[in-house]
Design a protein around this ligand. Structure first.
Ligand code: FES
Ligand code: FE2
Length: 350
């Protein structure tokens, strides 16, 4: 596999086949099994909720029963029927095919016409469990985690805890799902640099000081910091904090491979990048409020507009990736350290 030179001044960017080759896509997707995926806020789950969700083409359900959350396979252990097709509140999961019934913690409860089947039921007839963990009431699941969620979120938690993260309130009016015709990694590339802001986001460019845009890289992620222009809301950062004294309008966190946490003085906008196929990606937005009065202002103002501006770019680049005249480019050492870091992680983990 192609290496990305650790020295950004010498490195070339990720070759175009990473964005277009279905075989490379599949092996990259395998890595997603080890990472954490946001699946909702605890306030969205009443008692006995069953929520089907597909992640990395794995059909799953998130359930809440007796106050306890589980993430289970959504595939019937009899002959593989999908058990639940939409969100519902009920005490059991019943297969629509032949009536096999499970409790919301995945135990097989009942199955007609199996009285004379030997060694039945066994453990194998229960639904498989996936890992489920929490970060400030936000629920994450993983198929095969290689580290605990709180470890992956350590940098974010440390830097952002001054906000009182446990007070984030889920706002259902900020939920959005977009499907775009582009590879997931192009969407991430674009997210990881502020280089394009003056060209692509005219309004956002009037909120942030381009020359003071900062990028920090860390193990498993990137932090970008946008400094507020005059009159734009910024965080009140306590004394003693690493960023105290700075007028920060936005913290843009990316956690490998597909989680984006955008903190603004009004709260948090969270994006999950879900690869659907080599050239199709779903972007899922959720929002969490801290200070209602600051909504709609500054860098975190019209996020829908910024999103559409980015989608146009990313979809166009996907066409460029398919061109026989483009293989790879070079990095700006001042503006593309985040993109370079992402490409280094991606290629080193393959
Ligand atoms: S496939 Fe579910 S009961 Fe037969
Ligand atoms: Fe952008």
């Amino acid at each position: 596999m192609v290496e990305i030179d650790p020295d950004i001044t010498r490195a070339s960017t990720l070759p175009s086949k990473y964005y277009t080759d279905p075989v490379i896509f599949e092996s990259l997707l395998n890595q997603f099994k080890a990472t954490w995926n946001y699946v909702g806020h605890t306030s969205q789950y009443e008692e006995n909720t069953i929520l089907p969700i597909n992640i990395n083409r794995e059909p799953m359900v998130v359930t809440k029963s007796g106050g306890k959350f589980s993430c289970l396979s959504n595939v019937c252990t009899h002959r593989g029927m999908i058990l639940q097709s939409e969100k519902e509140c009920k005490k059991t999961l019943t297969c629509p095919y032949h009536g096999r019934t499970f409790s919301l913690d995945g135990m097989l409860k009942q199955m007609p016409e199996f009285e004379s089947t030997e060694d039945f039921p066994s453990k194998k007839d229960n639904l498989e469990h996936f890992s489920i963990e929490f970060w400030n009431q936000l629920i994450f699941i993983s198929q095969d985690p290689d580290s605990p969620l709180l470890d992956c979120m350590k940098e974010v938690t440390e830097r952002m805890k001054f906000l009182g993260l446990h007070e984030l309130r889920h706002d259902s009016s900020r939920e959005r799902n977009y499907t775009i015709d582009a590879n997931w990694a192009l969407y991430v590339d674009n997210y990881l640099e502020g280089f394009h802001i003056p060209f692509v986001h005219k309004d956002l460019n009037n909120a942030l000081e381009y020359n003071q845009y900062e990028t920090e890289v860390f193990d498993g992620g990137v932090l970008q910091i946008g400094i507020a222009q005059e009159g734009v809301p910024f965080f009140e950062i306590p004394d003693g904090h690493k960023d105290s004294g700075k007028k920060i309008a936005a913290y843009y966190w990316w956690v490998y491979p597909n989680l984006m946490l955008n903190f603004y003085p009004w709260g948090l906008s969270l994006n999950v990048v879900r690869p659907l196929s080599v050239d199709k990606t779903e972007i899922c937005y959720s929002g969490f409020i801290l200070d209602e009065q600051l909504l709609g202002q500054g860098a975190g103002g019209d996020l829908d507009k910024v999103e559409l501006e980015d989608q146009f770019i990313v979809e166009s680049c996907q066409l460029g990736m398919k061109s026989s005249s483009y293989q790879r480019g070079r990095y700006s050492p001042t503006m593309e350290r985040g993109v370079h870091h992402f490409h280094r992680i991606l290629t080193s983990r393959l």
